[in-house]
Design a protein around this ligand. Structure first.
Ligand code: HEM
Length: 442
């Protein structure tokens, strides 16, 4: 029975918001354990909520009528009218246009691009070298996204582009919302000037990419040529600016999320040699001497379970927020117009009701029987409902293929004594990176 009629919450909400700002993951976890399925954060006459029950999460994610995705201002500014940041009707139209690009058979076919980019990437690695796996996975995921979705080769530019994007994403950080607010923006601090310079640089790159494709052959059925074709056909005029927004959305969201998921996977494999051994054994058995392809994903079952368990403990998107656009109810819970509703995969995925001994990394939780025994929305790394991740299939395929391609040849060990501190950016990063020692397996 869900107790939603009279939710409780911290007595002093201002202190609560200060704690949330300082340590969002710790604070949300403690609040959920103390106050249960609904945590109420009351400020003045308005209440915001954190929902911690799969049925409540489902209700919130499925309700696009009363709840809208809340995106912070800098991210909205950066991504303009792309799929992540546009609203309602426009969202429905864009989603319908783009969905066919993510059909299963298309993604399976992109497997070869993913494997090829990964092999080329790992060719730079040397036995015994130390690399920052956070950066390695970011740049690799960036090259894969660019090649698979836009047929653009970024291998020579990925570090530079990564730096530009890092500057832009810094502004969207939870802790920077104050300096990026409208009032502060007028002051034009060095921070804002850095942001503007980086935005201009990135825009130039993207517009050059659009121009080159428009002037060149357009026979690739990728996201960029599809958008250009739609632009030609459209009577309502899809501007280059809108294409730019879409490219940047897919480029940013597509690489950052998968890269953090992969980084935590290598970390967890390093900490759990028994699991790593089982993974190597599956990879060797299924692939033998050859490289994987998209068609192997169904057979790499344990690899899939490892990636799933890694995203349970470290969900790349650790928080989703919705804003009520009218007074509404979920069960008996009254939510007023303008209130925020927070959903945290990080908190839910560590709830012992659904994941006993939650801190333990145990891929066996993802056998088909074990997964089917849990309520659906106890695990939601890709969200759900009409705003669910459009790239979910792409991300699973990429995750499984990158892990299996690299695990065929390499073993990674976290540098001993390295301090792991979680850094809840838009994605869940590791504050001091992830230095790892590479060792050849074969
Ligand atoms: C492990 C990797 C990934 C994770 C964990 C992830 C997670 C998510 C989540 C949780 C959302 C929904 C946010 C909300 O409800 O507010 C989302 C949306 C989205 N994701 Fe992903 N994502 C991943 C990979 C990708 C990839 C590879 C792409 C592109 C190829 C992508 C593109 C998008 C887009 C465009 C949206 C907005 C969808 C819409 O509103 O219709 N994501 N993602």
């Amino acid at each position: 029975m869900l107790a939603t009629a009279k939710p409780s919450g911290p007595k002093n909400p201002w202190l609560a918001y200060a704690a949330l700002y300082r340590d969002p993951l710790g604070y949300l976890t403690r609040a959920a354990r103390k106050h249960g399925d609904v945590v109420r954060l009351k400020i003045g006459r308005k209440s915001d909520f954190l929902l911690n029950h799969p049925d409540l999460v489902r209700a919130a994610l499925l309700d696009q009528e009363n709840l809208r995705r809340a995106v912070n201002r800098p991210l909205r500014r950066l991504l303009g009218m792309g799929l992540l940041t546009c609203r309602s009707e426009r969202h429905k139209q864009q989603r319908a246009l783009l969905q066919p690009m993510f059909a299963r058979e298309r993604i399976v076919a992109l497997g070869d691009v993913m494997v090829d980019q990964t092999t080329r990437w790992a060719n730079r690695w040397r036995d015994g070298a130390t690399v920052d796996m956070a950066e390695e996975m970011m740049e690799l995921a960036m090259s894969i996204t660019a090649k698979a979705l836009f047929n653009v080769d970024l291998s020579s530019k990925s570090a530079e582009l990564r730096n530009t994007l890092a500057t832009l994403l810094e502004a969207t950080r939870f802790k920077n919302v104050v300096v990026t607010s409208k009032q502060f923006e007028k002051l034009s601090l060095p921070f804002h000037r850095r942001f503007a310079r980086a935005a201009e640089k990135l825009d130039t790159e993207i517009h050059a990419m659009i121009g080159e494709r428009r002037n060149g052959a357009c026979d690739q059925p990728d996201l960029l040529s599809t958008m250009l074709r739609l632009q030609k056909q459209s009577r309502r005029g899809i501007t280059d600016e809108k294409i730019r927004d879409q490219i940047l959305t897919f480029f940013t969201v597509g690489h950052e999320t998968t890269a953090t998921g992969l980084m935590w996977t290598w970390y967890l494999l390093s900490e759990n040699p028994g699991v790593a051994k089982k993974l190597y054994s599956e990879v060797d058995h299924v692939l033998g001497d050859r490289l994987p392809s998209g068609r192997d994903c169904d057979r790499l079952q344990y690899t899939r379970m490892v990636f799933a368990e890694s995203m349970r403990l470290y969900p790349p998107i650790w928080l989703m927020t919705r804003r009520a656009v009218r007074d509404m109810k979920i069960n008996d819970l009254v939510i007023r117009n303008g209130s925020y509703v927070h959903l945290s995969p990080f908190v839910m995925h560590r709830d012992p009701r659904y994941f006993p001994d939650p801190e333990r990394f145990d891929p066996e939780r993802w056998t088909p029987e074990a997964a089917a025994s849990r309520p659906k929305f106890s695990y939601f790394p890709f969200g759900g409902g009409p705003l669910q991740c459009i790239g979910e299939g792409f991300a699973w395929t990429q995750g499984i293929l990158v892990i299996s391609t690299l695990a065929r040849e390499w073993q990674m060990r976290v540098l001993s004594g390295h301090r792991i501190v979680l850094d809840p950016h838009i994605t869940l990063r590791s504050r001091y990176g992830m230095p790892m020692i590479l060792k050849r397996r074969k």
